[in-house]
Design a protein around this ligand. Sequence first.
Ligand SMILES: Nc1ncnc2c1ncn2[C@@H]1O[C@H](COP(=O)(O)OP(=O)(O)O)[C@@H](O)[C@H]1O
Ligand SMILES: [Mg+2]
Length: 438
Amino acid sequence: MNDPPTTSKSSHLLDGHYSISDLIDMDRLRPVFERFCQFTGYGLAFMTYPDEELLAVTGWREVCFAFHRANPASAGICFKSNSALIAKASKPGARVIEPCGHGLIDGAVPVILNGKCLAVLVTGQTFFHPPDMEHFKRQAQRFGYDPDKYLAAIRQVPVVSEAQFGIILSFLGDLAEFIAYLGYHALALRAKVETLTKEIAERKRAEEEAQEYQQRLRRLALQLTRAEDRERKRLASNIHDDLGQVLSAVMMQLSVLRQPGDPVNRAGEMEVIEDLVKRAVESTRSLTRSLSYPALDDLGLPACTELLAEDIDKLYGLKVKVLGVKTPIAIELRALLFRSIRELLVNVAKHAKVPAATVRFSRRGQATRVMVNDHGKGFALASLGSDSKQAGFGLFSIRERLHDLGGRVAIRSAPGKGATVMLTVPDAVFKKELPGAA
Ligand SMILES: Nc1ncnc2c1ncn2[C@@H]1O[C@H](COP(=O)(O)OP(=O)(O)O)[C@@H](O)[C@H]1O
Ligand SMILES: [Mg+2]
């Protein structure tokens, strides 16, 4: 007698996942088996392979359950025969017909799917020849069965031809395989639908993210337009209130000069005019400064950042240390980086709740790098994009502007862990214009 092959459990699963119970709806198969038993008079057992878990049993003979299996000594013989039968039947194409240890004929067929045996269908019990009653009398004695009742149970076992039994067995095997096949394809279909559903959800999320991003861009554009308007109004009123008034005063003094009078008095008026013109020059300078950063071209970015640091200290009481001041920075990058550094330092002043911050210029490979760092209260990066209506545009617009130049922004921060913002712009675009030292 053969022992069941010893292989790992998962190697018996279909596609490494599915056991027969996943593929077959037993609630639907059980009534088919029952009707089969009523109709043919054969018993049926449906067992998983290789676990031998009994999924369905119907129409089993009285001689088996009331005698052979009910007695521990004879039941051992049943189990041994059963295991041997199942092991033999687990091979593709097997149609096994064998007498059990008690002399009754059993039949077994595998349920094979994709070349794997997932279950075995056992049917029986029958005789191919009229039973030798003397033998069964001895059996009754050996295991202590009630001889009359035992022999009556033996007589209930039908005697059939081997050919007929074989056909019925094959039919059952084919039926179970067909049902498993359907189950397998239904399952494969379900897996495909799941994958598709996941894909659709992912696409939808990506689409929503893209839309959200577009909306942020639109809001940024609107904010920039508003800021530009505000700035224009501020400049207009500065020019009107400051420069305009000074020039009107100059005009008035000039018209006084034009009148004939004492030359000594004229010297006094000239002095007033000189003062007014000085104020006008001063006012023009501060206007020019607020419009752009001419010093960036002459002094370079690190030096202008040191001036900015002084302003930030005056305005917010934040001490800014500037490091790597000898780092060369391409002219085209300076204004953009300057604005970004200012935004980042104002962020530290507004949000970080610390008295100090650091700006460090450096070169990394073929790229310019600026790092703005503080040891303040920090923030959760996830919160940046999440509540977009609340989130400011500072970091977002730095990222967008840098991105236009092929650069990128990396932020390292967590609540309580300070914040480091790293701006990196590769030289590719500015290679030829890198000055010696800025
Ligand atoms: N250095 C920092 N320390 C702590 N939190 C910061 C820092 N920089 C930025 N943040 C957080 O990130 C958010 C987004 O910054 P930003 O885009 O510049 O917008 P805004 O400054 O207008 O709020 C801030 O509201 C703040 O919560
Ligand atoms: Mg900000």
